[in-house]
Design a binder for this molecule. Structure first.
Ligand SMILES: Cc1ncc(COP(=O)(O)O)c(C=O)c1O
Length: 411
């Protein structure tokens, strides 16, 4: 401890997903096909293997070695990457708004660097109560406090809870930093409606009369949304006041099956052009001092896919969106027949089963493991990764879960 900074937290990171995923793999070695491993958060095909898009990687393999070896031309990302990301992420809806794009090592880099450069130690960030647990770890590592809003009020977004949490934070803090993960919220698969977005922006604008407000929208799963125009809601960002900054955290991990390539971006938008300019300068330096530049060839390949291979990419990706939809349709249909209590799902990689209390959820999680069904325990809920479950594993799963609930008196 004497070598670390005195406030360093030396407790080991317990990653709920990695630990249970390795238990599932060990079980599969012994029990083979009996095992349902719904823990994995990456897209697997019907062949049970990780999806690596051909329309992305065939070209990547042909990229000149020197391009792979080279540093990127800028710490903020190559100019063509930055402009392509802006067009891809916002689909022409926000061209009029002052903006910048900074290349990031994945969505993780985008969210974490945003916490760091916009907030100082002991400030508070507002997170969803049901969320990707890494947000909390990131806040903790940057010595930030967290407040949470309730994501749901019944089957809809709890906008009152967001409004109240912002007001509470404004009593003691001089700035608001709100995180939403939309569309395809991890772990529930909820996507906000257009009117919920409109109302959220109105809430933020109102709050911005009192303090500056930063809204971070984590869109990690957007390219696997079922909706035809999952970016339609972004037009509401045009209505922000000049005391609001929007950060769109974009990740190529899911969009391009780029998980290990560590490539993404922060898209910053504000009517206050000077605020964008200042944030751009700080993030550029931040990048320089933490990871320098991101992978040159990952950026080059992203630009090529979007500009030169878009139709093939969309065709291939859409085939996997269809695959995901077939899985979720099947699970939802059977879950309804089995009377499972799910959190509201619209689209995306995960479906979440309500465990009601932490104790109940823990017992159900174990009861399912006893039946060789592996899910991710997240507080009071259990996450089922349909992204990695072939249809033949989805079939009958709801009934098996129902049986485990009944057999163990967990209704
Ligand atoms: C909700 C959410 N946001 C962001 C990410 C970031 O992923 P990456 O850092 O690989 O881009 C993930 C990855 O699992 C995620 O689930």
């Amino acid at each position: 401890m004497k070598f670390l900074r005195p406030d360093a937290d030396t407790a080991r990171l317990h990653d709920a997903v990695f630990e249970i995923a390795s238990a599932a793999r060990a079980d599969a070695v012994v029990n083979g096909d009996l095992v349902v491993n719904a823990t994995i958060g990456t897209l697997y095909g019907e062949d049970g293997k990780l999806v690596a898009l051909k329309s992305v990687y065939d070209h990547y393999d042909m990229i000149d070695h020197r391009i792979k070896a080279a540093y990127a031309s800028s710490f903020s990302g190559t100019p063509s990457f930055r402009s392509t990301v802006f067009d891809w992420v916002t689909a022409g809806k926000l061209n009029e708004l002052p903006h910048t794009v900074i290349a990031m090592p994945g969505g993780t880099g985008s969210i974490s660097s945003s916490f760091h450069v916009f907030m100082k130690e002991d400030d508070t960030v507002i997170l969803p109560d049901i969320c990707w647990s890494n947000y909390r770890t990131m806040a903790h590592m940057h010595f930030l406090n967290t407040e949470t809003y309730q994501v749901f009020d019944g089957d809809h977004l709890n906008l009152s809870s967001i409004r109240e949490t912002i007001a509470k934070v404004q009593e003691t803090c001089s700035k608001v930093f709100l995180v939403v993960n939309d569309p395809c919220h991890n772990p529930t698969g909820y996507s906000m409606t257009d009117s919920e977005w409109q109302e959220l922006i109105a809430i933020i604008n109102k709050a911005s009369e009192k303090t500056p407000v930063i809204l971070l929208d984590d869109i990690a799963y957007i390219d696997f949304a079922y909706s035809r125009d999952p970016r339609a809601y972004m037009r509401h960002f045009r209505d922000i006041t000049d005391n609001v900054m929007v950060i769109i955290s974009f990740s190529c991990s899911k969009s391009l099956s780029y998980y290990g390539m560590r490539c993404g971006a922060s898209v910053l938008l504000s009517k206050d052009a000077a605020a964008i300019e200042a944030a751009d300068a700080v993030l550029d330096k931040y990048a320089r001092t933490i990871w320098s530049s991101i992978s040159n060839s990952a950026m080059v390949n992203f630009v090529w896919v979007i500009h030169d291979n878009l139709n093939a990419y969309l065709k291939e990706r859409n085939s996997y969106v269809d695959m995901l939809k077939q899985r979720s349709d099947l699970f939802l249909r059977e879950a309804e027949e089995a009377g499972l209590d799910l959190l509201p799902y619209r689209e995306g990689f995960f479906i979440t089963l309500r465990g009601h209390t932490k104790e109940n959820a823990k017992r159900l999680h174990q009861a399912l493991i006893d039946e060789h069904i592996y899910t991710v325990l997240l507080g009071e809920n259990l996450r089922i990764g349909i992204c990695s479950l072939p249809l033949n594993k989805v079939k009958g799963l709801a009934a098996r879960i129902r049986k485990a609930i009944s057999d163990n008196g967990l209704d």
